[in-house]
Design a protein around this ligand. Sequence first.
Ligand code: HEM
Length: 346
Amino acid sequence: MEKIKESCLSSSPLNMSDLFTAITNDVVCRSAFGRKYRDGAIGEKFLQLISEFLGLLGTISVGEFIPWLVWINRVNGFDARVDYVAKELDEFLEGVIQEHADMENSSGNDESGENFIDILLKIYKDNTTGVSIDRDSIKAIILDVFAAGTDTTSTVLEWAMTELLRHPIVMKKLQNELRGILNGKQDITDVDLEKMHYLKAVVKETLRYHTPIPLLVPREARKDVNVMGYDIAAGTMVMTNAWAIGRDPLYWDEPEKFQPERFLNSSIDFKGLDFQLIPFGAGRRGCPGISFAMSTNELVLASIIQKFDWELPNGAKGEDLDMGERPGVSIHRKIPLFAVATRCYF
Ligand code: HEM
């Protein structure tokens, strides 16, 4: 907030895309690792590795689709990049785990400020719980949370802010709701968020209109099935186009318009039970991070929209914004979003 305030005082444009990436990195790092990993040589290396890792996840590997062409991955350097990133990330995560183990040894069994790694390490050491976990699994779980939770959440914030800047009436309506509920209060609580129905509708509409992972995560059919008249043989890789479902005119009125109002008097939710809106997938492998993601999205959006007025730089209009998308597992803006905080309310 201080950084935005500074830019507001000097009326300088802020790279909102970078800002949202930094916030979500910090939030997930503090929950998963117990501290931020942004500054210094280690932080820089970590961010660069994560970016490589996500890039590799989003790369189409020929061998995955045409198995006899798998040798191409060796020739074009894909396998070498995977090996390099796997080794470096493993070393990094080993270091993080060791740091926590050392801290615990030096400070006894202090429960204060316990984070995800501390809890996993406890399960690792404690064999009275009936649950066992090895060191590799700890590393895999932490990386899973980081990779699944950071990029996706910042994508939602980036597109939500883009749409708010393109739709000044929606922005004003949201600001009125937030300022009405908070009434000058600076800290936003869970109880406040519960009352913010328009905010929730804006986030839902962003998840529908800019589905962060458009093709979800591929699944494999375990047995022969028939879905809506289509035969799917056991072993077939199935991809779900959640983006297309979210824009299907059979289920949505004017699907190509960004209209949060459509969710105000509707019970449609994204928890995997209403199949016309499945940005988090569905079923037992559906996203376990929904609550974490929604709290982060709602809290960040509510804070920046309540505390500041926003405009596009150099008097640009919403319709001037480039809406191009960058390919990847989660779909970011092709060009970073810049905006100016024109007035500060704290
Ligand atoms: C807006 C943000 C997010 C979106 C759109 C999203 C979306 C998804 C999707 C589509 C899947 C695959 C579901 C399926 O195949 O049915 C998934 C899986 C997963 N997500 Fe999220 N996610 C988000 C945030 C998070 C966060 C914050 C975390 C953790 C803190 C998280 C952790 C995971 C994990 C661990 C899986 C794998 C689950 C499994 O394979 O059983 N996600 N997510």
